[in-house]
Design a protein around this ligand. Structure first.
Ligand SMILES: [Zn+2]
Length: 291
């Protein structure tokens, strides 16, 4: 399962288009009024021109305020970002097309990716976490790092549940929110009902015409993964976390045997398939954010 939240981006873009149209309309009306001071201009027309000018100034001020707000949601360069990609994705031994990207760049077949020059920070809500769940997450994150070159850093614990509304950036706007990994259950996260062991997705922002994932959420069904651990062992349970981290960094579902990104877990399959590896390598070759 995956969740993509693009609505904020879409509404910002639409609002921008609407604002531009409104300003253009006002400009055209002012053009028609011809605001150059002329002795023949009637006091009524002069007043109308003054009112329109005031409206235009207010719209301008509002636009400036909006720009400020948008800039505030785009934090400064992270202190731990580097000038070059932190890791290097491996060249898969077998090239396979058995993968799907969650999102592509507009008008392109290139995927939306995380910034390979900065670590992806994760925090963990451990409410229903399985025994040694932090180690399991570390191992799954290491499998993603090895296949993408992306640096996933588990910062520690939090008590933020998956149902809390989550901002893209910190309250002071200086950093992106860390990825929230919630060990949850179907009572707290209804999307986990019906046998779904987890779901994950990332939020993309657009900057200079390019899109990047900047934060995301992974929600895991602790009780169900505990059952998988008891019945099928560590590798099987860990493969659920790998699947969800695969979604997090941008892989969608694929209907191809031997791939961890199949919607249903394949019995006995505990490591990336050739398609998974090809897709993950591509997701590690994204552009760095130019802050
Ligand atoms: Zn899935």
């Amino acid at each position: 399962m995956h969740v993509v939240r693009g609505s904020l981006l879409e509404s910002l873009t639409l609002a921008e288009v609407r604002r531009r149209r409104r300003v253009n309309r006002l400009l055209q009306r002012l053009d028609r009024l011809d605001p150059r001071p002329r002795p023949g201009l009637s006091p009524r027309r002069r007043a109308t021109a003054a009112v329109l000018l005031l409206v235009l100034l207010l719209v301008g001020a509002w636009r400036l305020a909006m720009t400020g707000e948008r800039r505030a949601t785009f934090p400064d360069r992270p202190a731990d970002a580097q000038a070059r990609p932190i890791g290097k994705p491996p060249t898969p031994k077998v090239t396979s097309s058995a993968f799907e990207f969650v999102q592509k760049q507009p008008g392109s077949s290139d995927p939306v990716t995380y910034d390979p020059c900065a670590p992806i920070h994760l925090v963990v809500d451990p409410r229903t976490m399985v025994d040694k769940g932090m180690r399991m997450l570390q191992e799954a994150a290491e499998e993603v790092r090895a296949a993408t070159g992306l640096s996933l850093v588990v910062d520690g614990l939090t008590d933020t549940g998956p149902s809390s509304p989550r901002a893209m950036a910190s309250a002071d706007g200086t950093t992106w929110s860390p990825v929230l990994v919630s060990w949850s259950d179907p009572d707290e996260a209804p999307k986990l009902s019906g046998g779904t062991a987890g779901y994950a997705g990332s939020t993309a922002v657009e900057h200079d015409g390019h899109r990047w994932y900047v934060t995301g959420e992974v929600t895991l069904d602790g009780p169900q993964i505990r059952k998988t651990l008891a019945l099928d062992g560590w590798g099987a349970a860990r493969s659920v976390l790998m699947h969800e981290l695969g979604h997090l960094v941008g892989l969608g579902h694929v209907d191809a045997r031997g791939q961890l990104m199949q919607p249903m877990r394949e019995s006995g399959l505990e490591s990336w398939g050739d398609g998974d590896r090809s897709g993950l390598a591509a997701l590690g070759r994204g552009r760095c954010i130019d802050y």
